[in-house]
Write a protein that binds this ligand. Structure first.
Ligand code: NAD
Ligand code: TDX
Length: 327
């Protein structure tokens, strides 16, 4: 797998150790978002970390030659960064996916592509529709445009070269080991540091939250039982406004529910994401296990409280970057 030192990838390694017998080779560049500490306690005979770039064709080819299949998590993943400097997004998300596709094509290996609901653009708050597999692509940010581009490369390699691939597009994940630049861990660690949570704009934007373990269980199911060439949307019916999430964080941490600041909005900020995952549920029998958001959030808060050594080194620089943007 690629990107195994990041948020979802490191949780996928843990999920695989607990639920399967597979051995994992992780290819990860250890960018600012990758953290070796997220894998440090895992048994070396089951999880091997190779530090390298998914755009390095020779390295990728040699690694793909020796594995049974590839799950591609590695990406530049943060929208705000993509607005400041799109260049690594184009490189890693588009060229990196191209490089992997050429290798799995050459070695005829099974490939699963991890993508996002953001490729579909956004919905109005009062739109009764949700995204489904037939929704046209309409990405808004440099991040989502490069993810959309990478999805389309996968589709073309399936059709033109017969690559054995599946794609999943998931909604917003939360859980342990998520970088503190992201919304939920930023607000949790702000409160733990005595800072106020920061809501972009009026805090009315809606995200469809899913626990990272539910995402990863779906990925394993699609890898093993999905139909080749197909796309599956993954979502757990977890729509919440950003303001509701911040109020819940504050309340779980014993603070007044209105103890947040409204800050500068994100340019081009997508209003709402919402996933219809009925295909995944009907065809593969997947169901989320974290059905009460407040419980999953409380467990996530406990994790950040108990693992300050994991996030503390990045806190000051992360907040300094946001402060420069008025956020
Ligand atoms: P993350 O930023 O936490 O982790 C990304 C990992 O990829 C890091 O370990 C980083 O070092 C590695 N990486 C980056 N560039 C690389 C390169 N050129 N070569 C090798 N490794 C490189 O991201 P995440 O939140 O875990 O997201 C993982 C995947 O899931 C991404 O493809 C993302 O688009 C997708 N996704 C994320 C979410 C979410 O809510 N976080 C939702 C849907 C889809
Ligand atoms: O401090 C903040 N305040 C705030 O209001 C931050 C960091 C974010 N926000 C808002 C912006 C979004 O509406 O919270 C929402 C979530 O923001 P992010 O955590 O940056 O996630 P988002 O932009 O929705 O993208 C995420 O979900 C889809 C992941 O980062 C992507 O990798 C994934 O594809």
């Amino acid at each position: 797998m690629t990107g195994g030192a990041g948020f979802i990838g490191s949780n996928f390694c843990r999920w695989l150790l607990q639920n399967t017998d597979v051995r994992v080779t992780v290819l990860d560049k250890l960018t600012y978002a990758g953290n070796e500490a997220s894998l440090a306690d895992l048994p070396r005979d089951r999880v091997e970390l190779i530090v390298g770039d998914v755009c390095d064709a020779d390295l990728v080819d040699s690694l793909v030659a020796r594995v049974d299949g590839v799950v591609h998590f590695a990406a530049e993943s943060h929208n705000d960064n993509s607005l400041n400097d799109p260049s690594p997004f184009v490189q890693t998300n588009v060229v990196g996916t191209y490089t992997l596709l050429q290798a799995v094509r050459a070695h005829d290996k099974r490939y699963h592509h991890i993508s996002t609901d953001e490729v579909y653009g956004d919905l109005e708050l009062d739109d009764p529709d949700r995204f489904c597999e037939m929704t046209p692509y309409n990405p808004s940010s440099p991040y989502s445009a490069t993810k959309a581009g990478s999805d389309l490369l996968v589709r073309a390699w399936v059709r033109s070269f017969g690559v054995r691939a599946t794609i999943s597009n998931c909604s917003n994940n939360y859980g342990p080991y998520q970088h503190i630049e992201k919304f939920i861990p930023r607000q949790i660690t702000n409160v733990l540091c005595g800072l106020r949570p920061k809501l972009y704009g009026q805090g009315l934007n809606v995200r469809d939250w899913i626990h990272v373990d539910d995402h990863n269980a779906a990925v394993w199911l699609i890898l093993n039982e999905g139909t080749l060439g197909e796309t599956y949307l993954i979502g757990a019916d977890g729509e919440k406004s950003n303001r509701e999430v911040v109020e819940e964080v504050l309340s779980l941490l014993g603070q007044p529910r209105d103890g947040f600041d409204l800050v500068a909005d994100r340019p081009g900020h997508d209003m709402r994401y919402a996933i219809d995952s009925s295909k995944l549920r009907a065809e593969l029998g997947w169901l989320p296990t974290y059905t009460t958001f407040a419980d999953g959030l409380a467990a996530t808060i406990d994790w950040y409280r108990d693992n300050e050594a994991w996030w503390r080194p990045a806190k000051e620089a992360t907040e300094a970057k946001y402060a420069k943007q008025g956020q």
